[in-house]
Design a protein around this ligand. Structure first.
Ligand code: ATP
Ligand code: MG
Length: 222
């Protein structure tokens, strides 16, 4: 039995077409069922639904043999779990966005950076944010939040946020502007290393099929 870890929403929705190209369909719809284990059309493959940030944990500890996780989640998990135990064989090219710094429209970020000001930055991605600002030599106090980061500068909780941006619509709606792109993000296939050795006969073809499906999926808009 192979277990694939996915999160509901964007990751699940964007992974389905790739699975379809690999001949796999998921029997239930995560938006309507309350089940957390979904059967597929293949008796030897099931999908487990977990929080996006828990996907690397499930795969790392063998609760799932493979999973799909955003690079943001994956790199942030590396900082706490360590990068060992996970293969990342395929950039699936789905759930594309970027990790960026955003500030209120009136805030002169470049000036603050030049002045060596100490910035208060709210983010869910404290490790990635710390690395980014350390590399730039910017002093920051990081405030960890779990969501609605856009609110923090509006309320005076932070000068800036580090968050995912795709269209920029959410930032704009909250009077924020993207002042610096940190990195491009897309979802990655991740595989438990031990499982890849013990279940090679079933796992390797699946990984190869998903790689081929992702490669022929280049037309998906960012
Ligand atoms: P949770 O709901 O558990 O807090 P989440 O909000 O991170 O998790 P999603 O919003 O489904 O869950 O995001 C899952 C992944 O999709 C992210 O880790 C990121 O890689 C990608 N993603 C997030 N926001 C966007 C976006 N606006 N455009 C494209 N991809 C995105
Ligand atoms: Mg989200």
């Amino acid at each position: 039995m192979l277990t694939l870890a996915l999160s509901k929403g964007r990751i699940f929705d964007d992974t389905l077409p790739l699975l379809a190209r690999a001949g796999i369909s998921v029997v239930e719809d995560p938006e309507t069922t309350r089940k957390l284990i979904l059967q597929s059309n293949r008796p030897d493959l099931r999908v487990v639904l977990v929080r996006a940030s828990d996907v690397p944990t499930y795969v790392r500890y063998g609760g799932a043999d493979l999973g799909v996780a955003g690079l943001d989640v994956l790199l942030e998990a590396d900082a706490t779990l360590g990068g060992d135990g996970l293969y990342r064989p395929v950039d699936l090219g789905i759930a594309r966005c970027r990790l960026s710094v955003a500030t209120p429209q009136g805030f002169d970020y470049a000036h603050a950076v030049r002045q060596g000001a100490r910035l208060r930055v709210a983010t869910k991605y404290v490790h990635l944010a710390r690395e980014h600002f350390a590399a730039k030599g910017v002093h920051v106090d990081l405030v960890k939040l779990y969501g609605s980061m856009e609110l923090a500068p509006l309320i005076g909780l932070a000068d800036a946020i580090v968050d995912l941006v795709s269209s920029g619509g959410t930032l704009k709606a909250n009077g924020l502007i993207e002042v610096e792109a940190i990195m491009d993000i897309s979802a990655r296939l991740i595989v438990n290393q031990a499982a890849f050795k013990t279940k090679t006969a079933t796992l390797k073809p699946l990984v190869d099929n998903l790689r081929a499906a992702a490669a022929s999926n280049v037309s998906i808009p960012a």
